[in-house]
Design a binder for this molecule. Structure first.
Ligand SMILES: NC(=O)c1ccc[n+]([C@@H]2O[C@H](COP(=O)([O-])OP(=O)(O)OC[C@H]3O[C@@H](n4cnc5c(N)ncnc54)[C@H](O)[C@@H]3O)[C@@H](O)[C@H]2O)c1
Length: 361
């Protein structure tokens, strides 16, 4: 008969003998593990992002350390460049879902000195990571750019937008509250106004967003405003609602690089690049029956350099227990047709042969 429990039937003495023989081998393994652990701790401590030792983990008199979420993206990278130029200390957090590591590398190349810029690859929807980032770094302010930001896409994937924009803003606010970070500059949008009857759109225009992108941003704004009013929050908040952002660093170090898969959700800038590169046959004006001089819609285009300037000004003006809400545009709209004419002039001046106008339907 086979015994039911073979192991139990083994003589214990056999086990002891077996252990005793292996002991020297295990001691070796333990020593190796200890050496490896010590080595890892040493390597981590040398890393600029190691919480305990890094300059990023300490507040320094005269140095303002700004967390730039979405700093690998179009506007966030330009804002980081401007902050670094103005001697801020910058930590970029980005999950590179939309952004571009090339932008981060360009910034690292421009500002290689220790304590100027660090990049942390992380998803802001991951509460643990967000808390760890705040625990290991001494931020003075947050510029929260990170978001998915395509109106068309938001109607196809609304839940993604509410998560990415609204929930993630909540997580960031919670982390700011837990770690005593009091200043927030928030990227909002004119999409929170929807389709107002009265023009121009001012900060007093009622907000009735008409798509999940605008609604998610409006909800995030509401959360920020409610929290800032709560007792003890002591927040200094600036909410900037931008209009259509275009342009790039005048020295050509950064730019906008929309992903090919986002073309169909089209921002005007992406369509212009595609037309210039010959990816699409040309630019088309959609809608020619607007009540404007040439029948095309009017949009307010703000240059990214002016926009990031507004952010730095907002940061400098932010005051505890105060909320500033500002539309950021030029205040002078252009019809689509006029936009293309300007583009045409610029491209001809710059490159000679480009002619966007001939493509306009
Ligand atoms: N571009 C415009 O015309 C415009 C207009 C109004 C408002 N905005 C707002 O400005 C902000 C920046 O827009 P942009 O045009 O630079 O977009 P972008 O896509 O170029 O940059 C957004 C960045 O956020 C990152 N990101 C997204 N989700 C993330 C997450 N969960 N965790 C970490 N990183 C994440 C992306 O990888 C990307 O680098 C957005 O909040 C957008 O809503 C943009």
């Amino acid at each position: 008969m086979i015994p039911l429990n073979r192991r139990a039937s083994l003589p214990r003495a056999g086990m002891e003998y077996f252990d005793a023989r292996r002991k020297p081998h295990n001691v070796g393994k333990i020593i190796a593990a200890l050496v490896l652990t010590a080595l890892c701790i040493f390597v981590l401590k040398q890393s600029p992002s190691f919480g305990g030792n890094s300059v990023f983990s300490r507040h320094e008199p005269g140095v303002t350390h700004v967390l730039v979420t979405g700093g690998a993206g179009y506007i966030g990278s330009h804002a980081s460049l401007r902050l670094l130029k103005d001697n801020y200390r910058v930590t970029i957090v980005d999950n590179l879902s939309r952004g571009n590591m090339g932008a981060v590398k360009a910034l690292q190349k421009l500002f290689p000195q220790p304590g100027r810029l660090q990049f942390i690859f992380a998803d802001l929807g991951d509460q643990k990571s967000v808390n760890k980032i705040f625990a290991e770094n001494a931020f003075d302010a947050v510029m929260h750019f990170a978001a998915v930001a395509y109106v068309g896409e938001s109607t196809l994937e609304p839940l993604r937008y509410y998560h990415n924009i609204t929930s993630n803003t909540l997580l960031i606010l919670e982390a700011m509250a837990s770690h005593g970070v009091k200043t927030l500059i928030y990227s909002s949008t004119c999409a929170t106004y929807g389709e107002p009857e009265k023009m121009p759109i001012t900060e007093a225009t009622p907000q009735f967003p008409i798509n999940p992108y605008g609604k998610a941003k409006k909800m995030a704004e509401d959360i920020i405003l409610d929290f800032s009013k709560s007792k003890g929050a002591d927040m200094a908040v600036m909410i900037l609602r931008y209009f259509n952002v275009i342009g790039s660093d005048p020295e050509g170090r950064l730019g906008e690089a929309p992903r090919p898969e986002l073309r169909e959700h089209g921002r005007i800038s992406g369509a212009c690049f595609d037309a210039a590169l010959g990816v699409i046959p040309g630019l088309k004006v959609k809608g020619t029956d607007y009540p404007t001089a040439d029948g095309t819609c009017i949009r307010d285009y703000i240059d990214v350099t002016d926009l990031v300037d507004a952010h730095v000004k907002a940061l400098n003006k932010a005051e505890p227990r105060k909320v500033g809400i500002y539309n950021v545009g030029t205040g002078r709209g252009l019809t689509r047709q006029d936009f293309f004419i300007y583009l045409n002039v610029i491209s001809i001046c710059s490159y000679g042969e480009l002619d966007f106008n001939k493509y306009v339907a």
